[in-house]
Ligand binder design. Structure first.
Ligand SMILES: Cc1cc2nc3c(=O)[nH]c(=O)nc-3n(C[C@H](O)[C@H](O)[C@H](O)COP(=O)(O)O)c2cc1C
Length: 319
């Protein structure tokens, strides 16, 4: 049984999906297109190079969704104590009031009072049971479980096991991500016990994202065996498109040597992310460049077909 908060966030959506925040990929156009297509749009605040740009992006989002009935949008915010824009960004969010603030790289407690103060919800991005417990105890209303197969900074744990373990102690909104690229996957996430699916990779190639043509081309070409999760590039386990790793000179030896962790340059210029393209194991679902609306319509159709297929199977069980 999903919580009241989960139901209120999900109710106005055409499909229980958050288009996940992605570094150098998600900007205001993707957020607006996601909301207009009936899913929850989001972006990481650090994608805006300056605070002024961030302010302008939020204006664009608010204007772009002003005519919608009950749209849902979210931001992800770095809450690490070294993040110098933290205070200013939190004040901006208090003013602009996204439905959900997703916290990354630190404790959700840093934003909880401010976000709850305007009636928003705080979700924490976690990859382990330990972090899920900590975040739940630190004021997170919801948890985003980033699991194996996810694009970008990826998880190591299977969604099948992690959702179950977290559900044993957490009954708030649960979002699950990691290689969910079809409507069948969205239904599967719900069957596991999640309230919403977190989908990044499936939406990167859409014309509304910030990425360039080469990235889109590689996404269309790649399948599950065309991505590799490695810590060699940034020091943190990330899932990348193989062709972009090869273009950047990552051979087998370089791929087995962990890189250095460096969060110092997070404002849109980070070198590895510019030249090496992140994608998860669900990349095979991308077969062309389609708008957010078209992708979402396809997901809805797949979801409905999956619901029918599952009910047909359950009929079989009874006979
Ligand atoms: C290119 C790329 C960049 C990402 N950047 C971020 C980010 O800046 N912040 C964040 O919280 N998650 C980031 N993610 C992770 C996504 O929010 C999400 O967890 C992931 O895309 C879900 O898995 P999927 O790609 O298989 O759908 C990124 C993912 C990708 C593919």
């Amino acid at each position: 049984m999903s919580s009241e908060l989960a139901q209120s966030l999900r109710a106005p959506l055409a499909l229980p999906v958050i288009v996940a925040p992605m570094f150098l990929v998600s900007g205001p156009e993707l957020v607006v297109a996601s909301c207009r297509a009936g899913v929850m749009g989001s972006f990481p605040t650090q994608n805006a190079r300056t605070f002024e740009q961030l302010d302008g992006w939020i204006d664009e989002i608010k204007t772009g969704i002003a005519d919608l009935v009950d749209p849902r949008w979210a931001v992800s915010m770095i809450v690490h104590k070294t993040y110098e824009r933290f205070d200013a960004e939190l004040e901006l969010m208090t003013d602009r009031q996204p439905d959900v603030v997703i916290t990354a790289l630190g404790s959700p407690s840093r934003v909880a009072d401010a976000v709850h103060g305007y009636g928003g919800a705080v979700f924490a991005d976690v990859m382990s049971v330990e972090h899920a417990r900590k975040a739940a105890g630190a004021g997170a209303d919801g948890l985003v479980l980033v699991c194996q197969g996810a694009g970008g900074h990826t998880g190591r744990l299977s969604a099948f096991a992690l959702v179950d373990e977290v559900r044993s102690f957490f009954d708030g909104p649960l979002v699950v991500g990691g290689a969910i690229s079809t409507g069948r996957g969205v239904l599967a996430a719900e069957a596991l016990g999640a309230d919403l699916a977190y989908m990044g990779t499936r939406y990167i190639a859409c014309p509304e994202s910030l990425v360039g043509g080469r990235y889109r081309e590689l996404l269309v070409r790649a399948g599950i065996e065309g991505v590799t999760a490695t810590a060699a590039v940034t020091g943190v386990l990330c899932s990348w498109l193989d062709e972009s790793l090869a273009d950047a000179g990552y051979d087998t030896e370089r791929l087995s040597t962990p890189g250095e962790i460096d969060f110092s340059d997070v404002h849109g210029e980070s070198k590895p992310w510019k030249d090496i393209f992140g994608a998860g194991q669900g990349v095979g679902a991308i077969t062309g460049i389609e708008t957010v609306q078209a992708v979402t319509e396809q997901l809805v159709a797949e979801y409905r077909a999956a619901v029918d297929a599952v009910s047909a199977r359950s009929e079989l069980l009874r006979t």
